[in-house]
Design a protein. Structure first.
Length: 197
């Protein structure tokens, strides 16, 4: 039985790590309010610490709370048919408006997922660090069972399932002009160019 969004949010807001399906690949989620939970994601994935974790938000109001600077290209992409969806935007940060857990960061990568359960969790728990549920450098696993077998340890809660897309999100750097794709993924280069034209 799938845990409720309230149960998932409770685990996250009390410092747990959750393995769960997203609208792209399977993800590992932790609340940035709990640095030890974020540390556990790095350990589970064996991910180098210099690689920052992407952030998922429920909607535009949470983007504003992060102190993100929305360039013209970012505004176009956020209002496109690919959001919510498999589109991650790299945005500059306003250090005056950014929360304490983003101190020292000049930019963030964030996305609004097209997954009703996950968005409900994000509304309840606030912005989350969410990254693919695979060992660093390995292919994303197809199911949560495969993910648990691959990870270096176990999450606190697993929401059984599989990713909804064969590819991760497309990452677009909106801090440069023109914006540029820095990882090809579920949204094609042609589709991005069409939005930004």
């Amino acid at each position: 039985m799938t845990p409720s969004s309230d149960r998932i949010a409770e685990v996250l807001t009390t410092g747990g790590v959750v393995l769960l399906p997203t609208d792209t690949v399977l993800g590992l989620a932790a609340s940035p309010a709990h640095p030890q939970a974020v540390d556990r994601i790095y350990a589970l994935k064996q991910r180098p610490r210099e690689k920052n974790l992407p952030i998922m938000v429920a909607g535009a109001d949470q983007i504003a709370e992060l102190g993100a600077v929305l360039s013209e290209s970012a505004l176009k992409l956020l209002s496109s048919r690919f959001v919510p969806g498999a589109l991650t935007l790299v945005l500059a940060l306003d250090p005056i408006r950014a929360p304490a857990w983003l101190k020292g960061r000049k930019e963030i990568a964030l996305r609004i997922p097209d997954n009703a359960l996950l968005r409900e969790v994000l509304k309840n728990a606030g912005p989350l660090m969410v990254t693919s549920a695979n060992l660093s450098g390995s292919e994303p696993p197809a199911t949560t069972v495969e993910a648990e077998a691959q990870l270096h340890g176990a999450p606190d809660l697993t929401v059984a399932g599989k990713g909804e897309a064969p590819a991760p999100s497309t990452i677009v750097d909106c801090t440069t002009s023109p914006a540029r794709i820095i990882r090809n993924g579920a949204v094609s280069e042609a589709e991005i160019k069409e939005v930004l034209a």
